[in-house]
Design a protein around this ligand. Structure first.
Ligand code: ADP
Ligand code: MG
Length: 608
């Protein structure tokens, strides 16, 4: 039997510290928040090796009284709260009195501070919880905190630090969040002796977005502002064309504090229904203002989440504000014929690939009041026996649907014949008669994606993929974490023929791409790759990487719902379908086609 004992204070401190500080980025966040709470208008951040060796924050704020300097490093010591009542209306970013104490327990910390109205300040340092005697300090007014060798005293924790590049990415992200949250404050970020960001106080949110994410993003934003029952929302939402494969351009600030919140972004996503495809995320930089008492900020040790008293009301406000802003920009109308229309929220009528059991039509349409009726407008007139639209037999355009990936050529004659039996409906489906007894509904995007995927994957997997170098490397702006992750996997990506180089801030240079991918908007493909990699816990194996890269590239290159196809293109697509093996599902597992048997139709028309 093991006896119970009280833990030594140093160990308690180290355990507790893990709650607040889990990597250099969280230390950076806590220190900068302290500077903001102290009313600083200028905050300089300096890192070495991503923050793992050094994090130094210098501010021009109100400082710490020399008599309190040791207290600042003590646990549960804060100048920001006095009573439980205060907790209900916290107006500062910090209030738990844990950050400096946590850092002092797990790193080497030096704290120097002088309030502007005192001639002399004080300094104190700590090494893994051992406090030095405080001394006088005659530095400039404001506060300077230096944190060296994070986790040096907690080897178990230190092991969890990722590479310097990854930590640097996270640290930049922490900086970006706080710099976005406070226009009016001057911020700088330097890394390994190099100035990476200088954010002048005069720069507004939009300028800051431009600085961090590139002018393309900033130029595609619409400002919005709304209020209801004392709750305000303001900020910017992006044009649907500026969507991303992940939520990398979605930022939420509640009462000036960056937080994550699925519910609020779900509301944003709902406002974009029909404007972005599923699986794509619009840009949104939103600032919520709530009266004290309407939100609880003490819901998470790192204060990264909040609890809303009336979450539904907040989400409704956001959804409606975003929706009416998009409507004012006339995006709803524009989207009707645009590329990015989400396929009418169909939900597959039937998901059985051709050749299997005939589906029960409508079985999967719980949202339909008349389950047996096809969604959307009625079928185009006289599909049965009527002359199909004449196929224009022109030579395939030079950049057809299957450009760089040469396939066994299908003759123009075959293609024309195929097209003659098919028509495009609702902007995204091909209806094809398969004599004698079947009609296929083909999802044009899913099928094209599937065929491209099969070829790309085969080519990529066939050996070391050939790389197509760009004459002038293309700069791509990315969120810092993603830039970091690309850099970390630079070699593995180069093995696949994807050359990424020249990293500075959040910009990377795309120098080459796998020739097998053909001509594609390479920058958006790279964004997809970065997004995908940033979501992985560790680098996927080569096979997985090849598969995913091929799937991503195929998805990017494939025609979209809403793209009008020429008869030649339709013919090409159908001919390739015949040639492809297992064209039944796209790489994501969605069906490419659903089938109606004659008897399904007979049942529908009560002929049976
Ligand atoms: P909290 O921010 O929750 O109060 P911290 O551990 O982060 O707890 O800081 C403890 C205290 O040290 C703060 O309440 C504040 O009084 C003081 N302090 C920390 N950093 C600064 C700073 N940059 N300028 C002025 N005071 C500071
Ligand atoms: Mg604090």
């Amino acid at each position: 039997m093991t006896r119970i004992r009280t833990l030594p204070p140093a160990l308690v401190g180290q355990i507790a510290a893990g709650e607040v500080i889990d990597r250099p980025a969280s230390a950076l966040k806590e220190l900068v928040e302290n500077s903001l709470d102290a009313g600083a208008t200028r905050i300089e951040v300096e890192l070495a090796r991503g923050g793992t060796d050094l994090i130094r924050v210098v501010d021009d704020g109100g400082g710490i009284h020399p008599d309190d300097i040791e207290l600042a490093l003590a646990n549960h010591a804060t100048s920001k709260l006095a009573s439980a009542d205060d907790l209900a209306r916290v107006g500062t970013l910090g209030f738990r009195g844990e950050a400096l104490a946590s850092l002092a327990a797990i790193a080497q910390v030096k704290l120097q501070s002088r309030p502007p109205d005192l001639p002399l300040g004080a300094e104190v340092s700590s090494r893994a919880g051992d406090l030095s005697v405080a001394g006088a300090w005659a530095g400039p007014s404001g506060t300077q905190v230096e944190v060296r060798h994070l986790f040096f005293s907690v080897p178990a924790r230190r092991k969890f630090l990722r590479s310097v590049t990854t930590e640097w990415g996270h640290s930049q992200e922490a900086f970006v969040r706080v710099a976005l949250s406070r226009p009016g404050v001057h911020f700088t970020l330097a890394h390994d002796g190099r100035l990476v960001y200088e954010v002048a106080s005069a720069l507004g949110v939009l300028d800051r977005v431009g600085l961090f994410f590139g002018s393309d993003v900033a130029n595609s934003l619409y400002a919005l502002e709304a209020e209801r029952d004392g709750v305000t929302v303001s900020g910017y939402v992006g044009d649907p064309s500026c969507d991303r494969p992940g939520p990398s351009l979605q930022y939420l600030f509640v009462n000036g504090r960056w937080v994550r919140d699925r519910g609020v972004f779900q509301a944003v996503q709902e406002a974009y229904a029909g404007l972005v495809m599923s699986g794509r995320y619009p840009a949104a930089f939103l600032f919520l203002g709530l009266p004290a008492g309407a939100v609880d900020v003490n819901a998470h040790p790192a204060k990264a989440e909040v609890r809303f008293r009336d979450r539904a009301a907040v989400c409704t406000l956001v959804r409606e504000a975003v929706r009416s802003r998009l409507a004012a920009a006339e995006l709803t109308a524009r989207a009707a014929g645009a590329r990015k229309v989400k396929p009418a929220d169909q939900g597959p009528v039937a998901v059985v690939p051709p050749g299997r059991e005939p589906p029960t039509i409508g079985a999967r349409r719980p949202d339909q009041t008349q389950p047996s009726a096809p969604a959307g407008p009625p079928f185009p007139p006289s599909p049965s026996g009527a002359t199909p639209p004449p196929a224009t037999v022109s030579p395939p355009p030079t950049a057809g649907l299957f450009p760089a990936v040469a396939a066994p050529p299908s003759s123009a004659g075959v293609m024309a014949k195929m097209a003659a039996r098919a028509m495009q409906v609702l902007g995204c489906y091909l209806v094809v008669e398969e004599p004698p007894d079947r009609v296929l509904f083909i999802d044009q995007h899913a099928l094209h994606e599937r065929i491209l995927f099969g070829r790309l994957h085969a080519r990529l997997a066939a050996g070391r993929p050939e790389c197509q170098r760009l004459l002038a490397p293309e700069p791509v702006d990315l969120p810092p974490v993603q830039a970091a992750v690309l850099r970390e996997h630079q070699d593995a990506l180069a093995d696949l023929g994807l050359l990424v180089e020249g990293f500075g801030g959040g910009t990377v240079l795309l120098a080459g791409y796998p020739a097998a991918l053909g001509r594609q908007p390479a920058a958006s493909l790279l964004r997809g790759v970065a997004d995908y990699l940033a979501e992985q816990d560790r680098l996927p194996g080569r096979d997985q990487l090849l598969y995913d890269l091929a799937a991503l590239a195929a998805c990017h290159a494939a025609v979209r719902a809403g793209d009008r196809l020429t008869d030649v293109e339709i013919g090409e697509l159908l001919a390739q379908r015949e040639l492809a093996q297992d064209a039944h599902h796209c790489p994501h597992g969605r069906p490419t086609a659903v089938v109606f048997e004659r008897r399904d139709l007979e049942k529908l028309f009560k002929r049976a």
